[in-house]
Write a protein that binds this ligand. Sequence first.
Ligand code: AMP
Ligand code: MG
Length: 312
Amino acid sequence: MVTREDIERAAELIRAGRLVAFPTETVYGLGANALDGAAVRRIFEVKGRPPTHPLIVHVESVEMARELAREWPPEAEELAARFWPGPLTLVVPKRECIPPAVTAGLDTVGLRVPAHPVALELIRAAGVPIAAPSANRFTQLSPTTADHVRRALGDAVDLVLDGGPTQVGLESTVLSLAGRPRLLRPGMILREQIEQVIGPVETAGRIENGLPHPSPGLHPRHYSPRTRLVVVRDGLLPPGRGAYMWIRRRAPAARTVQMPADAAAYAARLYETLHALDAEGWDWIAVEQPPESAEWSPVLDRLRRAAGPEGH
Ligand code: AMP
Ligand code: MG
């Protein structure tokens, strides 16, 4: 439970240039004042994240987003009206007030309004936009509970706001609107849903056969558990059946985790399941490949990146 006092304390820390981990509907974020370059650089230190990976800036309203954007195209207005607050990050040309550390020196900034009361209250109380990547070490599994954050970052974070498990469970969809609309990272707001609002959206290179992603900050290996993970291709699920996560150690020791058949429910539980399996010390985790349909594409993307170039 997060109290009003917790929010006030967290907001003070943010204003003082410190780091606060907080829940969003996607995963837990490691937040700093987005207008404070030194505070933002500490995020990179704590995560061990290369400075070439831009951060998403969290805002509490479309108005706050517009104040940070040098251009705010009609597509941004329409998508924000339709999907904010929600798991969609819009990349637009940035204003001077955003320090280069936030955007990895790029002239664009990724913005979103998170759909989580704690995140929104924190931004409002702090009175500044909050830059926040996932609150984990670079390339590892994103945290979907406050406990995951504490285990990954320990004392390196000044405060963790515990808002319970996150609802969406996968990182936001990232869409560039600097130039022709381009999908930089799939997420639970599907490309098809975006296209219904603004028309055709390009894909920034497909993550197939472990080929490096052409966009900045998108590693082929990311979102990974420590345990080796492979995506089992020939176990394509028959329609209408549950999706399975199949884990094995040495035969005959093996166990199977049954995952939800519904893509959104599966996504919400994926990282939690991988975190738990990581802690059990298996030699490897085999994940039955979900269907190749649109609704499963964000899950498939994360599984392939969790597996890395060798694992699928
Ligand atoms: P994370 O903070 O770990 O959820 O990752 C942020 C994601 O947003 C990364 O995939 C970044 O590449 C992407 N991103 C953020 N800002 C920008 C930007 N200005 N241009 C392109 N991609 C961005
Ligand atoms: Mg991350």
